[in-house]
Every structure is written in structure tokens, then in C-alpha cells.
Design a protein around this ligand. Structure first.
Ligand code: AMP
Length: 879
């Protein structure tokens, strides 16, 4: 019976009276099941030898425990000697008979352990050597370290090692939704305790550690790389829609830049910069603005400047830079002068890329840069050097800031510094400087001029003239110039005399010949001018009288003036099979009405009907592509009034009369064609390089006709217009004659304004009261008389252009007698003296000389007779 009085079965032996006992009890085969060390717990009772009466020295109080390893689970007989002893087991407690009588069991429990590693199982055996003993129970077991999770790694149930001190190394495996941070390891100790955990695992993104496992983050939470440990709530302006979110997506309209950490709130691009102010300084602009109202929740704002019309970044300078600006200010320089620009300031931050709301984030300003003088000419180079001259060439300034109208070359002897210098002007980028002293050091400087004025002079170029004594071309030219300038007066005197003689000798016939030569222009019966406004379709009119030119044949070079409808440029025209010629190009400005186009082209339709050396020649029109253009011959010296003002006092009376004759000849042609000009004035006469004057500007007749009211008050050129035309719009060839008289006065006074600064009303009044312009200084009386004839109040008393022409021819033929007396106070001798001589005489051919004094019609006769150069004209004798 056990303590609870439950009967138990035991193995007993009690051979205490007999010596040399060896009684064996053996277990069945016990499988090892992977265990390496087994534990044997034995419960037994043992009788105290002393309590046994009559027992001698044979009684024992111990027994032996053995084991035997074997793969065989059914061994029948194992020799005792094959068993290995584990231990001799003694009782801690023993009992006596009395104890039994009291039914007090004194049960001993002893545990022994042993390594079993060689076979699949083992047998245990107990040897009694003469004790009184009862074996109550034997429990055999082994120890394991139980399955566990440590640092998010699972360690399996592991048998302890074979030795009592051995540690079994075990590798853990990461729990679900986690990954190794460092190899997880632990040691299983002999006692079945886990020891020394190393390494471990971490939860995957979107998961967090909870009770040794990885759990998905809840909706509205996330766990990203940068966040350690637990899931965190989505940052402002972001959200997550599913469990296990690794990142919170930005709400609509909010963004995250690539470098923004996931824990940062989502942000927005900035709003537009505010209060953009610009300050223009010539060709630079300073732009300043304030920061945007909304920075979008970020601090990495920067600005960039966009420039409409900036021609490539290399041309324009942005200071400190064009983009990535941190400050709210930028200076833009090296812009083109007098040009409209639109600048846009864009605000951006880390999330602007691809999310820019376009115009919403920018602010613009449109401005016009100021006029600015051209930048200095920098590259002057000297070419041929002679004793008396040098040829220079240079490049256009880096920043012309407009169309270069001319260059000015300033030069002086180095020794004399700038105390005395000379200036030469030229439209091209080169100049031949002559008239220098041999073997002398000169300094040359060049500057450019545009409508905005002169730029700065270049740095001086130093150069020494040659000592070479050989006669050079320049020298020869110089001597010719000298010769011509000295004898200029004599030449002209002789020419006039010769012409006079020739004409006298040829008598009536030559007069008739002259008339018939001009007849093709004069005969009123032959052609009559057709008013283009009688055509319903203005294009039909223009194509009737003007040739259509393909724009690709025109090469525009520079702007030379501003006309009523747009710019006037000079350039070159090359037509198939023809020599390239210089032309003037009038263009119709971009935005035009039908009426403006019609008015603009009407000038071409009118001009195209004329063919005369003193009427500006129309080359053609461009109407089939834009801009619409009118192409005419190029008149190098521009309009007569400016030209004369520029050369005040530099011409002989003969030269001036020559110009007047040309104009009269053109006007006669027009009146013969029944065309009334209505706006004859020096400003509407153009002058070419040979000083030939041609009538131009055929626009006004139309305006006056169309809109008499308007014309009457604002458009009518009062100072040039006859009283009857002003009073009741009676425009006739005679009213053109009146205007011609005023042109004569303008020419003889070198471009003075008729009636000076009197008001239009005063002019009308004065004329009505009989007042007429007085003779300009040095004006021969007969010329002033001709003016007064043109200004007869009664229009029928005014001379016709045929008469005017004859009259001028007469004057030219007899210069010494007719042009001698002047109304002004310049000495008589100056009439025939060229004041600025060489410039206008030296470069002329014999033909130019004749043309300039209005005797071009004798050219052929004189050429046939061998008079081909101005020098040869010198040799003409009286006969
Ligand atoms: P217009 O519209 O004809 O008054 O021309 C305006 C300005 O352009 C004139 O005052 C001239 O200076 C210049 N211009 C016009 N036509 C020519 C031309 N054929 N040759 C040279 N300059 C011209």
C-alpha cells in the first residue's frame, strides 16, 4: 500500500541471511528517441539491517544500477558482465518493522543520469547484493529545451546534449512577416534551459512586433523603413487604405519629394510669387518680388526667371543666376535696346516637379528696355598702309542695340594728342583714310551710331604711315582730287561755256532734238495716269502696274527710315538674269486693316505707271506673302531736305540749280501725264549718290481725295500748298507749281523751313495779304523771281513745268550772266566755287557732272566727241 493506501505492485528481495547474493532485475528495451543523456528516477524502500533480528554481516543496505546500450529491442539474454554500472544506490531513509506496523512507508527517491549516444536504445538492470529492498517505481526520462520564440525567432524543442556541461547550439528561424536582422542563435543547456540568445529578426515593413509576432499595421497607420518599432499614424495630408501599409499615400493635391522621409507630412507646390516689380535701366532690368502667399508646407522654395524673346541664354546675363534663386531679386542684363520683353518668375519647391500648376505658380511682367547707344567697336584692323593712307576694317559692336546708321572714324597724329583730330563717317565697316603725312604715327578710333546716338569710341589703334616714295594709287587719287578741287570752278565754267556753244551751234535742231528726246516722257497724248482707286479690286490695280517679286530675292540690310505705314529699309534685290541692285524696301506694318493695305499699295500702283529719270522707280511689290512690301530703287542720300541741311553751304549755285532742274523735269513728266502730286516738298524728293533728285511719295493724293474734311484740317501741308488748294481743294498742275516754288526756296536755303516758325494760320494770312518768302542767302535774283512767278495768286499766271524747265535750262546755259546777281549777301565769286569741293567733284564721272548741272542730255554728244572724264571736259575750248 502506498501512502494513500492504494495497493501497489513492487519488486522485492530480502535474502539478508545468506551470503554472496547477486540477484538481477532487468528492464525491457527502452528506445532512446534522440536523447543523449537519460535520467533514471528510482523509488524504493529499504529495511534497516539493524532492525532485523539475528542477521549477521551478510545484510546489505545498497543496490547497484546498470545499463546496456543496444539496437536490439528483443534481447533474451545479456550477460551480467556486459552491463555497465551507473552507480551504487543507497537509501537516504530506511525503515524498521515498527515503521511497517505503523504503515509508514519510507520511500526513497534517487535520480541518476548517464550518457546514451551509441545505440538506438538501452536496457537498465538492478543488482541486489543482499539487501531487503522493494523497488516501487522506475521513471526514465530525458531533458529538452522547449520550443520558444526569442527576438522574433522561433527555436524548436531541442534535446539537451550528452554531457552535463554541454551546450547545444540552435539556429532560430524568423517568425512570419519578419526577416533576419542578424542570424538568431541560442544554446540549449544540459538542464533544458535556453542560454545566451544572439541576433534576431525584425518585422517586415507594414508590420510591428506584438507578443513575439509581427502584426500588420492598422488602416491609417504605416511602418516605413525610417520608422523603427511600432506602426505610426499617417503624417498630415496622407492616408493608408489597407492594413500592413508600408507608406501612407499623399492626399489629393499633396505630394512628397523623392528625398522627403515617409514620416514627413505631404506638401504642396507654392502659390505664385507676389508683387513683381521691374526697374529698367537702359538694357538691364532689376526684377524684385515677394515670397508666395502659400509655401505649401515646405521651406525649400526657389525661383527661376523665364524670359520671352531672350535670344538664347548666351546673349542675356542673369545675376546671380537664372534658376535656383533663393533670394527674391534678379538682375537681367545685356538685353536688346528698345525691345519688349516678358519676364515670368516661377516659384518652385521640392514637390513642384511634375505637379506644377503652371501659371498659378508664376507671375509675369512685360516691359520695354530703353534706347541705348551701341557698345564700343572692339576689333579694328589695319589693312593696306601707304605713305598717305591706311585702310581700316572693323566688326560690328557686340551689342549694336539697334540698327547701325553709320560709323565715325576719328584719327589724329599721336604727337599732337587729340588737340587736332579729323573725323570720317562711313556706313560700311571699313574706311580708307587718306591724306595722312608719311612716316607719322597716327591713332585711330571708331564708334558706331544708331538712332539712340553714338556709342563710345574704341580704344585707339596706333599706326605709322610708310616712307615708301613710290607713287601709290592713293597718291595719284589725291593729286587728282587736288587738281580737281583747284580747277573745279574752271571746269564747271568751261562745261557751261561748251554746252552753251554746242547748243547755240546746233540751234533750232538741237532744241527740237532735246524736246523729242524727252518727248517719250512728255507727250500728254501718249499716256495718261490711271487712278488705281477706279479699280474695284486693289490687287488687280497693283498687278497691272507693278511686278510681283518673290520675297526670297530680297535681302534686307538695315532700317533707313520710318514711313507712314511702317519701316523703310535698304537692301539688295537680285532678279533672275539681272545684276544685283540696291533697293529701298517699304513694308506694311504687321497689324493692318484692308483700307491700310489698299492705301499702302496704291502708292505702288501710281509709281508703277511712271518711267522717268527724275521719278523714283518702282522695282516691284511683294503682296503674296507677309509683310507686304514695295520695292523701289535705292537713293543713297535720302530725302533732299535732310541732305541739304547736312551739307549746308557746300554746293555751287549751279549744283543747286541742277537739282531743281531735275525736280522740274520730273514734275513736267507728271503734269504731262495729268498727275497732280499735291505734296511736292523737299522732304518728298530723294537724292541718289550722283545727286540726282527724284520725285517720290505718291501717297497723299489719295488721302486728300478720300477724306477732304480730315485733309483740310490736319493733313494738308499748308506751307507748300497754293491758296486755292487750301481754300477749296483746287488741286491742279498749277497748285503743284506753287509747291515747286517753295521747293526752290528750300533748296536755295539748304533746307530751311519755309516761313520759319510762323504758325499755319499766320502763313495763310500772310500769303493772303500778298506776303511772299524773301530770297534765301546767295540766291540769284532770277531764281527768286521764278519762285515769285510760281507764287502768283492767280493760278493761270503761274508758269507751267515746261516753262520752268526751259527757264532753268536757260539759266544753266548762261550762268555767268543770269546767276551772277544774288538776293542775299554772299560774294558773287562764291557762286561758282565749290565750297567743300572734292567731296562732290572728285568722285564724279563726266556723266555725273553733266547730270548734276542738269545737262545729262548732252552726254552722248560729248562722249562721242571723246569727252569721257571730268579731266577731259577741262580741255574743251571755246570752239
Ligand atoms: P516715305 O514713307 O516715302 O516718306 O519714306 C520714309 C523715309 O524713308 C524717307 O524720308 C527716306 O529717308 C527713306 N526712304 C524712302 N524711300 C527711299 C529710297 N528709295 N531710298 C532711300 N531712302 C528712302
Amino acid at each position: 500500500m502506498d501512502e494513500k493506501n492504494v495497493p501497489i505492485r513492487t519488486y522485492q528481495v530480502c535474502n539478508v541471511m545468506e551470503p554472496s547474493q547477486s540477484n538481477w532485475l532487468r528492464t525491457d528495451w527502452i528506445p532512446r528517441s534522440g536523447a543523449q543523456r537519460i535520467y533514471v528516477e528510482i523509488k524504493f524502500t529499504l529495511r534497516d539491517c539493524n532492525s532485523l533480528p539475528g542477521v549477521t554481516g551478510t545484510c546489505k543496505e545498497t543496490f547497484n544500477l546498470y545499463y546496456y546500450e543496444s539496437n536490439n529491442d528483443r534481447e533474451h539474454y545479456i550477460r551480467e558482465s556486459n552491463f555497465l554500472k551507473i552507480d551504487t544506490v543507497a537509501a537516504d531513509e530506511s525503515f524498521t518493522q515498527v515503521d511497517i506496523g505503523d504503515r509508514i512507508m519510507k520511500l526513497n527517491t534517487e535520480v541518476r543520469d548517464v550518457k546514451v549516444t551509441t545505440r538506438k536504445g538501452f536496457y537498465l538492470a538492478f543488482q541486489d547484493v543482499g539487501a531487503c529492498i522493494a523497488l516501487v517505481s522506475v521513471r526514465v526520462f530525458y531533458k529538452t529545451c522547449p520550443l520558444t520564440v526569442r527576438n522574433l525567432a522561433t527555436f524548436p524543442d531541442t534535446n539537451t546534449g550528452a554531457d552535463t556541461s554541454s551546450l547545444v547550439e540552435v539556429r532560430g528561424s524568423c517568425v512570419n512577416q519578419s526577416e533576419e536582422r542578424e542570424e538568431p542563435k541560442m544554446y540549449c543547456g544540459a538542464d533544458g534551459e535556453w542560454l545566451v540568445p544572439i541576433g534576431g529578426c525584425v518585422c517586415n515593413l507594414g508590420y510591428e512586433e506584438k507578443s513575439g509576432a509581427c502584426q500588420a499595421c492598422k488602416v491609417g497607420f504605416n511602418r516605413a523603413v525610417s520608422t523603427d518599432g511600432a506602426c505610426s499614424k499617417c503624417p498630415p495630408h496622407s492616408h493608408s487604405e489597407k492594413e500592413g501599409a508600408t507608406v501612407c499615400d499623399c492626399n489629393q493635391g499633396y505630394y512628397r519629394s523623392e528625398s522627403d522621409p515617409a514620416s514627413m507630412p505631404c506638401t504642396q507646390p507654392p502659390s505664385a510669387p507676389q508683387q513683381l516689380i521691374s526697374e529698367v535701366n537702359e538694357t538691364s532690368v532689376v526684377l524684385e518680388w515677394s515670397a508666395p502667399l502659400k509655401l505649401g508646407g515646405r521651406s525649400d522654395i526657389s525661383y527661376s526667371v523665364d524670359c520671352l524673346l531672350c535670344h538664347g541664354p548666351e546673349n542675356v546675363l542673369f545675376s546671380p543666376q537664372q534658376s535656383g534663386l533663393r533670394a527674391t531679386r534678379v538682375c537681367v542684363s545685356e538685353l536688346q535696346a528698345h525691345t519688349r520683353y516678358t519676364f515670368t518668375i516661377l516659384a518652385r519647391n521640392g514637390v513642384s516637379q511634375g505637379h506644377s500648376a503652371g501659371a498659378g505658380q508664376s507671375v509675369s511682367v512685360t516691359l520695354t528696355t530703353n534706347q541705348a547707344a551701341p557698345s564700343p567697336v572692339t576689333s579694328i584692323q589695319a589693312g593696306d598702309v601707304t605713305r598717305h593712307g591706311v585702310s581700316l576694317a572693323w566688326q560690328q559692336p557686340d551689342r549694336p542695340n539697334g540698327v547701325i546708321l553709320e560709323y565715325e572714324v576719328k584719327y589724329y597724329e599721336k604727337d599732337q594728342k587729340e588737340s587736332s583730330y579729323r573725323i570720317m563717317k562711313t556706313a560700311s565697316r571699313s574706311a580708307d583714310i587718306t591724306g595722312l603725312s608719311p612716316l607719322t604715327v597716327y591713332l585711330f578710333q571708331v564708334r558706331a551710331r544708331t538712332a539712340a546716338g553714338y556709342g563710345e569710341f574704341s580704344g585707339p589703334l596706333e599706326f605709322s604711315t610708310n616712307s615708301d616714295p613710290l607713287p601709290l594709287i592713293g597718291d595719284a587719287a589725291n593729286s587728282t582730287l587736288l587738281l580737281l578741287s583747284i580747277s573745279g570752278g574752271v571746269i564747271l565754267l568751261l562745261i557751261s561755256a561748251a554746252v552753251f556753244i554746242i547748243s547755240r551751234r546746233r540751234g533750232k535742231y538741237s532744241q527740237a532734238k532735246q524736246d523729242s528726246e524727252e518727248e517719250k516722257h512728255l507727250n500728254p497724248g501718249v499716256r495718261i495716269y490711271v487712278d488705281p482707286f477706279t479699280y474695284e479690286d486693289p490687287d488687280q490695280a497693283v498687278h497691272e502696274f507693278a511686278k510681283e517679286i518673290d520675297a526670297s530675292n530680297i535681302h534686307i540690310e538695315k532700317v533707313i527710315g520710318i514711313g507712314e505705314f511702317g519701316e523703310v529699309c535698304s537692301g539688295r534685290l537680285r532678279l533672275q538674269g539681272k545684276r544685283e541692285i540696291y533697293v529701298a524696301i517699304k513694308s506694311l506694318k504687321a497689324a493692318y486693316s484692308d483700307k491700310q493695305r489698299r492705301d499702302f499699295l496704291s502708292e505702288a500702283s501710281i509709281m508703277g505707271q511712271f518711267d522717268h529719270p527724275n521719278i523714283i522707280r518702282l522695282e516691284g511689290v511683294v503682296t503674296r506673302c507677309k509683310p507686304v512690301m514695295i520695292i523701289t530703287e535705292y537713293m543713297e542720300n535720302g530725302s533732299l531736305d535732310t541732305f541739304l541741311r547736312k551739307h549746308d553751304g557746300q554746293f555751287t549755285v549751279i549744283q543747286l540749280v541742277g537739282m531743281l532742274r531735275g525736280i522740274a523735269s520730273g514734275m513736267k513728266y507728271l503734269s504731262d501725264m495729268s498727275y497732280v502730286h499735291r505734296d511736292l516738298a523737299a522732304r518728298n524728293i530723294l537724292v541718289n549718290s550722283n545727286l540726282v533728285c527724284k520725285v517720290s511719295d505718291f501717297g497723299l493724293s489719295r488721302v486728300l481725295q478720300e477724306d477732304p474734311e480730315n485733309a483740310y484740317t490736319t493733313r494738308i501741308p499748308i506751307r507748300w500748298t497754293s491758296p486755292e488748294a487750301i481754300a477749296y481743294r483746287k488741286f491742279t498742275p498749277s497748285s503743284d507749281t506753287w509747291s515747286y516754288g517753295v521747293v526752290m526756296w528750300e533748296v536755295m536755303s539748304y533746307g530751311e523751313r519755309p516761313y520759319w516758325d510762323m504758325s499755319n494760320q499766320d502763313v495763310i494770312k500772310a500769303i493772303d495779304e500778298g506776303y511772299r518768302l524773301p530770297p534765301p542767302m546767295d540766291c540769284p535774283v532770277c531764281l527768286h523771281q521764278l519762285m515769285l512767278d510760281c507764287w502768283q495768286t492767280e493760278r493761270t499766271h503761274r508758269p507751267s513745268f515746261t516753262q520752268i524747265l526751259n527757264m532753268l535750262d536757260k539759266l544753266i546755259r548762261n550762268p555767268t550772266t543770269t546767276l551772277r546777281r544774288t538776293g542775299g549777301d554772299r560774294p558773287v565769286s562764291s557762286l561758282l566755287e565749290p565750297v567743300a569741293g572734292p567731296e562732290f567733284v572728285s568722285v564724279w564721272s563726266a556723266e555725273d557732272c553733266l547730270q548734276a548741272i542738269g545737262m545729262g542730255m548732252y552726254r552722248d554728244t560729248l562722249t562721242t566727241a571723246g569727252y569721257t572724264s571730268p579731266d577731259s571736259l577741262l580741255t574743251l575750248t571755246h570752239q
